[in-house]
Write a protein of this length. Structure first.
Length: 176
């Protein structure tokens, strides 16, 4: 192998290694494991200090809110395992006892979870509100463009024919 080819190969190897290391080190700080409470409850020492997203339901009777602050203390549980969560911030509107939540933060060595964010999970089953809408003929099949009324511009709206801003009082360019 020639000297020039050796230099090029070495340069490519060094650059690839350097970029790989930079990618690994930047991603390592952003890795966040997603676990359910029962998956870490028996191994709290192992998960202490690790960034986690922890899923479960808010335990009945466990929500304590310090009046006049955004400080919350509550427990989340899953499969009969519970962990105390401490959170300072605004909680979602659907946050309540029994609600499914995901908390993002770190587990401390004393066993409590310090949350940076609280997310409310959406229900997994949606119920329809009622029967599907009917068109004017009572059909319930898919409505197509031919079933819709023709579009007619509203007088005075953008794009309607004959609109002249100079004739409308109070608009720029209008004579007053």
């Amino acid at each position: 192998m020639s000297s020039r080819a050796l230099k090029i190969s070495t340069s490519i190897l060094v650059l690839t290694g350097g970029l790989g290391y930079l990618m690994y080190s930047s991603m390592a700080d952003n890795i966040e494991y997603y676990k359910y409470v029962d998956e870490i409850a028996d191994e709290k020492e192992r998960w202490a200090g690790v960034r986690l997203r922890l899923a479960g339901s808010v335990e009945e009777g466990s929500i304590f809110h310090r009046p006049g602050t955004h400080e919350y203390l509550f427990s989340i549980l899953h499969e009969d395992a519970a962990i105390e969560v401490r959170y300072t911030g605004t909680v979602p509107d659907s946050f309540a006892e029994g609600a499914e939540v995901v908390v993002s933060g770190k587990l401390h060595s004393d066993g409590h979870f310090e949350a940076r964010r609280v997310f409310a999970r959406c229900p997994s089953k949606y119920e329809p509100l009622g029967p599907p809408p009917h068109d004017h003929a009572g059909r319930t099949d898919d409505i197509t463009a031919r079933d819709l009324p023709a579009r007619h511009p509203v007088p005075g709206s953008r794009g309607s024919p004959g609109r002249d801003t100079a004739e409308e009082p109070g608009l720029p360019g209008a004579d007053q």
